[in-house]
Design a protein around this ligand. Sequence first.
Ligand code: ADP
Length: 190
Amino acid sequence: MMKTKFEITIGSRKLKLQTGDITKVSADAIGNAANSQLRGGGGVDGAIHRAGGRSIMRELDEIRARIGRCPAGDAVVTGAGRLPARWVLHAVGPRYRDGRSGEPEALDSCYRKCLTLADELGAQTVTLPAISTGVYGYPLAEAARVAVTATAQSLAAGPRNVTCVAFVLFGDRTFEAFTLAALAIVPQFR
Ligand code: ADP
């Protein structure tokens, strides 16, 4: 059977990869792949709202009333309702066009923003999905490289509170792509 867990150590912190349903994994803060309207959608966003309950959308309604839409590359925070977490980090990934329309920068920014927000909230453990790799069509290998690099660099920068970030990935293909990307960056973080 395929191994479905992998981790690298970055200083005193850990970057983990695992397969699974992110709504079932406990963490202080759970990342979501949201859309600019913050109105909920399919994929991981739908799963988070279903499992977390109505309170998450009520908070997003208030945020929307205040800021309007949330641009790609940015993220907002709500409580986590019935999810096994305290906060949800709703990051808006880029819709993939051709890879030269700001998508890598926006995706990189999503992950850095999630880590910054989590650290400001005082979260120690964070789970993240593979943002933009579903409906938004980001090629998996490239998305994995951006995700793993941005997250590892954020951990290497020495957050105050965050000690562990786990990517919770739906399916073996995604897990394999993230594992290859993580193996490729290991030498940089020795
Ligand atoms: P996007 O619109 O940003 O592409 P999607 O939700 O369509 O967002 O897909 C993002 C990733 O989340 C995909 O890899 C998809 O397989 C994965 N995914 C969907 N449901 C879950 C879940 N419950 N837990 C973890 N990952 C999930």
